[in-house]
Ligand binder design. Structure first.
Ligand SMILES: [Zn+2]
Length: 439
């Protein structure tokens, strides 16, 4: 009964607050967070700006400028976060995660993991990913709509985690990379996203959207960590892919295509997908088509290093390992060529193939394959935001954008491995990883 009795009082207090004259409403900075940044990376120009002040209100950036100037200044009553000994960057974006999976979810051991358990794995990995500096991710495939539940739980404040755009179950052909191929026929195992033929794939796009998908993920070719399929083979026909893209775009959703093989990459790009994930065997034709159409490449490279060192821990099958040993080193040659020729790149990891939280290890591999450190940071900020369709809210610290930022020690443009050791993370103007904890 108590809460009921309190209600009228709360109502009266709210009324009184709105009726108060300006002088009685507290100092002008009440509710404002002022971040003092020792230096701030302007991700557009690549320039460092020294002694910057970032004013945050209601979770969003209100103003950014030199703290030496009169404007902006710290308003009286503002909460001050002193990052003056750090380098501050916008929160990072990972455009290819699987938060609800772990490395041991991928072989036969994964068959023992229930959908509710998968969701809780996701809750753990969401926090780990956020604390690694990734304040926004695009999750591209999960079982049982667990990624969508996770997104909603984070948005409701139930569990900490990055902002998520979630695909729900990835669409794939029966028996292909995005279907369950580990069990004998009598178990009747299939993945939720399995769909064949134009009417079925259109229905599946609508079904994913019905249950909350922000984007559509498809498996255009076979994959590495799946049983029996060939990464170099095209799976969906061009006709099926065109139907998926048309339906998704008509309903306001972008399409991400898992694609290793040359033909599958080409046909997915021609069908109009918004990004090619992995791109392992991309050739000159694919590169030129992607440049003409502005299709993003989301390479996932570091996983090769981790997997080939740790595969015994993962419980993957011999067939998966054989494919990994062939495809992953090969992919680096072709992706390096795509970097060199100027294909648009958004940062992605495929985290789940290796433990979540190691996402920033991807930067060093991208640099090794020819990207400049600044270009890798732009891939994880401006380009990620553009690919997600969120350039108006994430990817740069500008007025009106979410106050998502990270702080590191040193110069990540000299050494991108510094990004593997993020000291402070803010999401929506709140510190979610403390400097004091990590000093
Ligand atoms: Zn993936």
């Amino acid at each position: 009964m108590k809460p009921l009795k309190l209600l009228p009082l709360v109502f009266l207090m709210a009324l009184a607050a709105t009726a108060l004259p300006a002088w009685a409403q507290g100092p002008p900075g009440a509710g404002v967070v002022a971040v003092k940044a020792g230096r701030l990376l302007d991700v557009r120009s690549g320039n460092y700006l020294n002694d910057q002040l970032i004013l945050i209100e209601a979770g969003k950036v209100r103003e950014v400028g030199s703290s030496r100037n009169v404007q902006p200044h710290v308003p009286a009553g503002a909460k001050v976060i002193d990052l003056s000994r750090y380098t501050v960057l916008p929160g990072l974006i990972d455009a290819h995660t699987h938060l609800t999976y772990n490395p041991d979810s991928l072989g036969y051991r994964g068959l023992g993991i229930s959908i509710p358990r998968e969701a809780l794995i996701g809750a753990h990995n969401a926090r780990v990913t956020l604390e690694a500096g990734f304040t926004t991710v695009r999750n591209v495939n999960a079982g049982g709509y667990t990624d969508i539940a996770l997104r909603d739980a984070i948005n409701a404040g139930d569990v900490p985690g990055p902002r998520i755009l979630a695909s729900g179950p990835a669409l794939g052909i029966t028996g292909g990379h995005c279907d369950e191929d580990l069990l004998a026929p009598q178990y009747h195992a299939f993945s939720l996203g399995a769909a064949d033929g134009v009417p079925a794939v259109m229905a599946k796009v609508r079904e994913d959207i019905k249950y909350g998908a922000d984007l559509i993920k498809i498996c255009a070719t076979g994959g590495v960590l799946s049983q029996g399929d060939n990464p170099e083979s095209e799976q969906y026909s061009p006709e099926e892919m065109r139907a998926i893209v048309q339906e998704a775009h008509r309903l306001g959703r972008k399409v991400a295509a898992h694609a290793h093989g040359t033909v599958g990459i080409r046909d997915a790009v021609l069908a109009g997908v918004d990004s090619i994930e992995h791109g392992s065997f991309i050739d000159e034709e694919g590169i030129q088509l992607m440049k003409e159409r502005g299709t993003y490449l989301v390479p996932t490279l570091y996983l090769g290093d981790w997997l080939l060192e740790n595969y015994q821990k993962m419980g993957i099958t011999d067939n998966m390992l054989a494919k990994a040993r062939y495809v992953l080193p090969e992919a680096r040659k072709h992706v390096a060529r795509a970097f060199q020729e100027g294909v648009k790149v958004a940062f992605g990891t495929d985290a789940a193939v290796y433990p979540h939280g190691l996402n920033a290890h991807e930067f060093a591999v991208m640099v090794k394959l020819g990207m400049t450190p600044l270009a890798t940071v732009q891939a994880a900020t401006l380009n990620g935001a553009d690919l997600l369709g969120w350039s108006d809210r994430v990817g740069s610290l500008e007025p009106g954008h979410f106050a998502d930022l990270i702080a590191v020690e040193g110069d990540p443009l000299q050494d991108v491995t510094i990004l593997q050791n993020v000291k402070v993370v803010m999401k929506g103007g709140e510190v979610v990883k403390e400097a004091s904890v990590t000093k």
